[in-house]
Design a protein. Structure first.
Length: 332
């Protein structure tokens, strides 16, 4: 774990805060900038499509329910941060029971006939978990200045988990996507009460941390799931301020918008969402309850049209994200 301490210190020393898109204050007061519209795009701002989702824990016979519940809590937070809403856990459990019944009987699932408000059913499942521990005795070393650095005895704990996330369409319950995930987390306790290193709180903490590591903002799996989970707003116009173009969207704080959040801009073509550009929401002074502004870089500016779909992408930009990803790989 002392290696991890060194890496964490190095990360703290090198992490640089990413610069967001700085825009003039009060963008709504600037002149409108005319942009073309998609055929059939509404003249006024249409409502945001805020997804209502069911989240139900998967079942694995050798994984305790409290561990499955940890993953459900993480998935619920992921949905909320994406601007969508988790509803009716009892209904979610009923779907899980029906799916398992059909799978056990090896039958093809027929579409559910009852009413349901949600668009998707999300099933996060921990498929495997493990933990290990190691005792490190007290030690002392001299640094380059000849000073003696003393390290106390410690117990190092590592948790590892494997998980799966299914997204099923409702009411048909047809599987839309299935993603396999892995997570790992390490922790330590100095001056432990014994060399056995078997404290329940530390073991559970390592496993909980590993579950949190399954879905990390900016990872490919996080971005993939965001496309299905996030609320859908649209480009409603544009402003020109100080020589720059800022695109207006009806995706506001009420639906997950926040300063410097990465977004993806799509056009629906033949029933599929085709990505047109990536962008970033600007500073907090220009993110409002029912609207926000987006900065798009490069040649993509000319491709943006009123009526295109805007979603939080789950991407993570800047040096800090790249460093965190490298650190995660080093500690695996």
């Amino acid at each position: 774990m002392r290696k991890a301490h060194y890496l964490t210190s190095l990360a703290a020393a090198l992490t640089i805060t990413a610069c967001g898109s700085t825009a003039p204050t009060a963008l709504p007061t600037y002149p409108d900038f005319n942009i073309p519209a998609l055929p059939g795009a509404p003249i006024d701002a249409a409502n945001v499509q805020s997804n209502k989702l069911l989240v139900a824990p998967g079942v694995k016979s050798d994984v305790p329910s409290f561990i499955q519940s940890m993953f459900v809590d993480n998935m619920t937070a992921f949905v909320n941060e994406s601007g969508s809403e988790v509803i009716d856990r009892q209904l979610a459990q009923r779907f899980i029971d029906e799916i398992q019944l059909k799978e056990n009987l090896s039958e093809t699932y027929e579409a559910y006939q009852g009413p349901v408000e949600a668009k998707f059913l999300i099933i996060p499942t921990i498929t495997d978990y493990s933990w290990s521990s190691e005792y490190e005795k007290a030690d002392s070393r001299k640094n380059k200045d000849g000073e003696t650095i003393r390290y106390p005895a410690e117990c190092d704990y590592t948790g590892k988990v494997k998980g799966n996330v299914q997204i099923r369409a409702l009411p048909s319950m047809k599987q839309i996507i299935s993603v396999n995930l892995t997570g790992r987390e390490s922790g330590s306790k100095e001056n432990p009460p014994s060399k056995k290193c078997d404290e329940t709180s530390m073991i559970n903490g390592a496993i909980k941390g590993a579950i949190a590591d399954l879905l990390v903002k900016g990872d490919d799996d996080y971005i993939t799931l965001s496309k299905y989970v996030s609320s859908q707003g649209m480009i409603t116009g544009a402003k020109k301020a100080e020589g720059e173009i800022y695109f207006e969207t009806n995706l506001g704080r009420l639906h997950g918008a926040k300063e410097e959040a990465a977004v993806a801009i799509y056009q629906e073509i033949d029933g599929e969402l085709v990505k047109i550009a990536s962008g970033e929401m600007v500073d907090k002074d220009n993110v409002f309850n029912s609207k926000s502004y987006i900065k798009v870089e490069g040649d993509s500016v000319e491709r943006i049209k009123r009526g295109m779909i805007v979603m939080l992408s789950g991407e993570c930009t800047g040096f800090g994200c790249k460093w965190n990803s490298s650190l995660k790989n080093l500690t695996k």
